[in-house]
Design a protein around this ligand. Structure first.
Ligand SMILES: [Zn+2]
Length: 299
């Protein structure tokens, strides 16, 4: 016999390797075979292959998410390695999407990695985000954060939000549609240029994105499998120094410019890049700080 299989013969859902690899999920009540299959069929986009994107993408890959998109225009810098575990010392200078794809495929060759070596703009956001089921935002800048929020609301895609600042982290899940809040319900407009420092300027505790990015992976998996209570309508706040998690209730704002009753933002907006100094500026700052310690100990 050649050609097509007789009708009624179903192909196994998992191959032998997958049954073994995912066995701890398959036997886990709440995930099971159906949940694992849903993960393998899922398409997730990680925006940013940096601090938050590292644990998020690695856990999603380990969990067997079938298609993992990675969007990052940047190249690996030595200053990244204090927290961005997707990249190795030998990757310095490489495009982050290449380095990240190598790491992910080494971890789990079943994952199809789609590299988007680009900046997200109003021109490509619908096209790129439209190809995925769940969007994980691990960006460190406001223009992209607003763009991603608006595009996911307009496309009807769930957005797993995370952000970090020094020793503090935040996470939430924004679902499209009325009655559930989005990022703009919380912060209707971006801060004025120069008002907010980014990671490079302010410094960041290296483990912090590991925790927040892992929370984003948890939420993405819950959405895909359909288990638990998603972090919707709540903003989770993490204070690493106090070692405290708190969550505040978020309300849908009927006057929200994008998801409110009478939206005023009806197309995508490219806000000006208003934060971000070159990484070398941080290094100069660090050198000056390091020199003070040297002077002190020699005194
Ligand atoms: Zn809103």
């Amino acid at each position: 016999m050649t050609g097509a299989k007789p009708a009624g013969v179903r192909k196994p859902v998992f191959n032998e390797e997958q049954v073994v690899r995912y066995s701890r999920h398959i036997i886990l009540p709440g995930i099971g075979a159906a949940g694992q299959r849903a993960l393998m069929d899922a398409k997730v986009l990680c925006i940013g292959a940096g601090g938050l994107g590292s644990p998020a993408a690695m856990y999603l890959a380990a969990a067997g998410v079938g298609t993992l998109g990675l969007l990052d225009f940047d190249r690996v810098d030595l200053t990244n390695l204090q927290r961005q575990l997707l990249h190795d010392t030998g990757d310095v200078g490489r495009p982050k999407v290449d380095s990240a794809a190598d790491r992910i495929n080494a971890l789990n060759p079943n994952v199809e990695v789609v590299k988007h070596d680009t900046t997200l703009t109003s021109d490509n956001a619908f096209d790129i985000l439209g190809r995925y089921d769940v969007i994980v935002d691990g960006t460190d800048n406001f223009p992209v954060r607003y763009l991603v929020n608006d595009a996911t609301q307009m496309l009807g895609k769930p957005l797993v939000y995370g952000s970090i600042y020094q020793f503090d982290g935040q996470a939430s899940v924004f679902l499209p549609g009325p009655e559930t809040p989005c990022y703009r319900c919380l912060f209707p407009q971006p801060p004025p240029p120069g008002a907010v420092p980014n990671c490079a300027e302010a410094g960041v505790f290296g483990v912090l994105p590991g925790i927040v990015g892992s929370i984003q992976a948890v939420e993405a998996i819950k959405l895909i499998v359909g288990i638990g209570e998603p972090l919707v309508g709540r903003l989770l706040l993490f204070d690493a120094l106090a070692m405290e998690f708190t969550s505040v209730k978020l309300r849908w704002d009927p006057d929200c410019p994008v998801c409110g009753k009478h939206p005023t933002v009806t197309g995508l907006i490219d806000y000006d890049q208003f934060c971000g100094l070159p990484a070398r500026t941080t290094v100069q700052q660090a050198q000056a700080e390091a020199d003070t310690l040297k002077t002190t100990s020699e005194a």
